[in-house]
Each structure stands twice: as structure tokens, then as C-alpha cells.
Write a protein of this length. Structure first.
Length: 543
């Protein structure tokens, strides 16, 4: 028996050896792995990578989210004071670029004659191409507003400065130029216009299935035009074509209601939960982040905003949990009740934000008196927004030169409705709303952009609003007395840990891999912009 088995094994081995040169391609194919990637799979993967990478606990939670003072850390407060971790910066840059590569792969698949026929199985080719180009524009917008000049790829523009994503092509450039960001902005506007016109709205769906961002072609078209409106208003004073794009984007159809909001809905579980839910409950299980004192005071109509005579804002109860509400944590016991089981109260004394930018030694005296984020944000199936109607309404108000109050009201109302504010509370606030002017419109936009830190940061750099943010060198009240060697302190001073920063950072310095792997182009871009520094302003920054 043993001899028979051995003989059979020997024969199989012999046959495999003598035939290894024949039909190698067929025997070396994995039947469980597709030879051509499905486009909607690439789209979903790139979208999730982008949102996870830009809204998670490190790139967002420890950089941009606290910088715009939506969040204050109760550990590692050096980062709130602008001393970010190099790894957080590198991971942010890489996450955006990996997503960009995913969208570029879709473009290649639907435009290459060798694969385009098969791609028709997954949806209208023009719609797939438009979806990839639109999300490519959204991703590059994040990148350019972080760093300024960056390596850039354009589908429709073969400008000599656009050398990114050429590896593996016949025009391969290993170390691409950093395109001037004024050129990038102009091209983003052109790309979004072309993509909007490309969309075939006779087809209801963008992809045959599996699209969890747009859903319909009409919604995608409105998003493309709304994003173009956002960019055009940002650069209207520095890009000559911007004014024409503002008019054309509006005429082509922007978002009209919250039904047009675009975001990524996460799942209600511990595997595919939202980025901050995973950080609090399913990942490292850390509750390092509180809502800030400046944000809570703005919503209460107190602190710096008191001079503007803002009424109490009912979004406070949707953004923050009452003091004493705690989250479950692997190393801590909840103080009173578990997150999600608390009762909403309109007693303003029950809400207090954690003082932003404290020295580490002062945090323990404050954190027990501070509100956590509400369950609305920390739930597993939270929807991370890419853009929503409330922002568009405020953009339309600005496009009217702050004359059309209907857009101002619509922006406030849409934001409150999106967050689930009761109708009677909305009506009461609108009756007593701050008067319409540039400062109040932009401040209301800041409130509505809550937890969309990149856009809030860009708007602050462009306009200087809201005026309620704590700046380096300024003092603010504590929410509890701090005692040190019998000396009681009731306020603190916010100090930047980055030399020469007297305001919010104007940009993020380039990640280290660019300074070493693409040194010559890095140096050229740095010199062109005025230095690779956190106080180097982008071309549209007025603040």
C-alpha cells in the first residue's frame, strides 16, 4: 500500500515537473481572485480609506479637529498647541494619496479600450469616469489645503507641471514636480465643470451597485457643482476664472436640501464602525477627546461671542453630552451613565467644554467638569460628511454678497434639522437669530461645519471668522479652580509650542518622506511658497 502511494506521488511529481512550461498562465491563475478589479469595489475602498484617513483619531483627532477648536484633548495637549506628531502627518498625506491612486485606477479601467468593455458591466462609463474625477478633485482639495504646492495629476490637463501618478506609464516620473497651488485650484474648477457635464442623468445609478456615497447621478451632479462653488468662492480673489465658475456652478444646479447631503455612512458594529467610535470603543479604547470650551461657549452665547449677542443654540444638546456623562473605556469606570443613555437637558449649566490647549499638568483638574461629545457623534453608524446643504446655503448667501437672507436662514435651519433639533427649538432660534452680516454668516457656517475640520480650518484662514477661537497668547477662564501649592488659578494662557505661530497654523509642513525622496522638487516648492513653515500662507489666505 505504501509503495502504491509512493508511486502515485512520484508520478504526480514527474508530470508536474515535465509539464511546468506548458499552460503556465492557466495553472498559475487563482480562480478566487478576479483578473480585473471591479470599479465599484475600488470606489468603495478609496472612499473609506479617504474618510478613515482624514477623520480618524490621529490625523483629525490630534491635528485639525483640535486646531479649529471643535475638540480638546485630555491627554497629549502638546498637539492641541500645534506640536503634531510626524507620523500623523505622514499618515494623513499617504491616506489621501492612496485614495487618489484608487480613483486613478478607476479612470484607467473605464478609459482603456482593453478593459472599458468589461467595465460597462458595472455602470455607465461616463458616470463611472465622472465619479472618479469628482472624488479625485475632492481628495486633491484636501491635499492642497493642507500643504499648498503638491505633486498633482489631472485627467483633462496635460500641463507640464502635473507629473503625479505616472509610475508604470511610458512617461514615468519617479520624483514629480510640486505643482503651484494656484494652478491646481484652477484645474480643480475645470475638472469639476467637465465632470458635471459628463454625467448621464438618464441613468439613475452611478454604479450598477455598491455606491455608498452618491447613490444617484442627480445627487452626484449637485455635489460636483456644489464643490466647485466651494472652491470658486475660496479663490475668487486670486484665480481669474473663479467668478465665472461661481455663476456657472449655481446655474448648473447645486444642492437644494439635506436630501442632497453627501457623506459616508458607517455600520452599526465593532468592525466597520465610524472612525471615532472605533477609537473610543473598538480600537485602542481611548476617550482622549472632549468638546472644547470655546465651542460650548459659542453655542451657549457666552464667552467671546457674548459681544455678538448670540442666543443659546439648540445644537449644543446635539453636539455635547451633559457634564458627568462618560463613555465606556477599557481602563476606566463610567462616572454616572453610559454614553447614549443620558437625558438631553436645556439647562445650560449642565454643559461645559474642556479648556482648549491646557498644559498637561492642568488637565486633571478640569476633565471631570467637562462635557464629552454627544452620542450623535460617537455612535458606530455616524455619517461622516463630505459636503452638506447647509454649507451650500451659506455659500449662496456669500455669492449674493451677503444680501439674500433666505439663504442665511436656510443654512441655519438645514444644519439644525440635520442634527435632529426639535422644530420648536429651531423656530425659537430663528426668531432671535443673529443679524445677517459677513461675520455672522461665516460663524454660522463654522457651527454647521462641526466635525468637518478641514473645511472649517480653510474658512478660518480665508476669512478670520469665527472670532471666538482662542489664539496663542490669549487667556480664557477655567471651568474649575486649579490649585498648585495653595495658589488657586481661575484662568489660563494658551501658548503655542511652535515658534512664530501667533494664530492658527496657516498650513502643515511637508511630511518627511517628501523632503528626502523628492528633495529637489521639495526645495523648489518651499522656496516658491515662502518656506516650509506652519505660518506660510496659501494664496487665498487673508487671515
Amino acid at each position: 500500500m505504501k509503495k502504491s502511494v509512493f508511486k502515485i506521488a512520484s508520478c504526480v511529481l514527474f508530470l508536474s515537473l515535465v509539464s511546468c512550461d506548458k499552460n503556465f498562465d492557466s495553472i498559475n491563475t487563482n480562480p478566487n481572485e478576479p483578473e480585473v478589479v471591479i470599479t465599484y469595489g475600488l470606489f468603495n475602498s478609496a472612499n473609506k480609506r479617504l474618510i478613515d484617513g482624514t477623520r480618524g483619531p490621529f490625523p483629525s483627532g490630534r491635528m485639525i479637529l483640535p486646531w479649529v477648536q471643535y475638540s480638546a484633548q485630555n491627554n497629549y495637549t502638546e498637539e492641541d498647541r500645534y506640536q503634531f506628531r510626524p507620523d500623523s502627518n505622514s499618515n494623513l498625506y499617504n491616506a489621501i494619496n492612496r485614495s487618489i491612486k484608487g480613483y486613478k485606477n478607476i479612470i484607467d479601467l473605464v478609459t482603456d479600450p482593453k478593459t472599458s468593455e468589461q467595465m460597462k458591466l458595472y455602470g455607465d462609463l461616463d458616470n463611472q469616469l465622472a465619479a472618479a474625477r469628482i472624488m479625485l478633485a475632492y481628495s486633491y482639495l484636501q491635499l492642497v489645503e493642507l500643504y499648498g504646492d503638491v505633486p498633482y495629476y489631472s485627467f483633462g490637463n496635460k500641463d507640464a507641471d502635473f507629473e503625479a501618478l505616472t509610475v508604470g506609464t511610458d512617461k514615468e516620473v519617479i520624483a514629480p514636480k510640486f505643482a503651484p497651488h494656484e494652478k491646481i485650484y484652477a484645474d480643480l474648477l475645470t475638472e469639476l465643470e467637465a465632470s458635471s457635464k459628463l454625467i448621464n442623468t438618464k441613468e439613475e445609478k452611478v454604479f450598477a451597485k455598491g455606491d455608498y456615497v452618491f447613490g444617484t447621478t442627480v445627487k452626484m451632479k449637485r455635489f460636483a457643482n456644489s464643490l466647485r462653488l466651494r472652491i470658486a468662492i475660496r479663490v475668487k480673489d486670486v484665480v481669474p476664472t473663479a467668478e465665472a465658475h461661481i455663476k456657472d456652478a449655481i446655474a448648473s444646479g447645486v444642492m437644494e436640501s439635506n436630501a442632497d447631503n453627501v457623506g459616508l455612512q458607517y455600520e452599526n458594529n465593532n468592525i466597520m464602525g465610524s472612525p471615532m467610535y472605533m477609537a473610543y470603543f473598538a480600537g485602542s479604547k481611548r476617550d482622549d477627546f472632549n468638546i472644547t470650551n470655546t465651542m460650548v461657549d459659542l453655542l451657549k452665547g457666552e464667552g467671546k461671542v457674548s459681544a455678538l449677542k448670540y442666543p443659546a443654540d439648540p445644537r449644543l444638546q446635539q453636539y455635547a453630552a451633559p457634564v458627568g456623562t462618560a463613555v465606556k473605556n477599557s481602563s476606566k469606570t463610567p462616572i454616572n451613565v453610559e454614553l447614549g443613555n443620558y437625558k438631553v437637558t436645556y439647562d445650560l449649566s449642565k454643559y461645559a467644554g474642556l479648556p482648549y490647549g491646557l498644559p498637561n499638568n492642568m488637565v486633571p483638574s478640569q476633565v471631570g467638569s467637562a462635557s464629552m461629545f454627544s452620542y450623535n457623534y460617537l455612535k458606530a453608524d455616524y455619517k461622516e460628511m463630505l459636503m452638506e446643504y447647509s454649507e451650500v446655503a451659506f455659500l449662496l448667501c456669500e455669492a449674493s454678497k451677503f444680501q439674500d437672507e433666505s439663504f442665511y436662514v436656510a443654512g441655519i435651519k438645514a444644519s439644525m434639522e440635520k442634527w435632529g433639533v426639535p422644530a420648536d427649538k429651531i423656530a425659537e432660534y430663528l426668531k432671535n437669530k443673529p443679524q445677517m452680516n459677513k461675520e455672522n454668516v461665516i460663524t454660522q457656517k463654522y457651527i454647521a461645519l462641526f466635525l468637518q475640520p478641514m473645511e472649517a480650518w480653510s474658512e478660518y484662514r480665508r476669512t478670520g471668522f469665527p472670532n471666538t477661537l482662542l489664539k496663542p497668547g490669549e487667556t480664557y477662564k477655567l471651568i474649575a479652580d486649579y490649585k498648585d501649592k495653595d495658589v488657586v488659578t481661575k484662568e489660563y494662557k494658551f501658548n503655542s509650542l511652535v515658534t512664530d505661530l501667533t494664530d492658527l497654523p496657516a498650513r502643515v509642513t511637508y511630511p518627511s518622506q517628501l523632503t528626502t525622496l523628492n528633495a529637489a522638487n521639495y526645495q523648489a516648492a518651499s522656496a516658491r511658497m515662502g518656506g516650509d513653515k506652519m505660518n506660510t500662507k496659501l494664496i487665498w489666505a487673508k487671515k
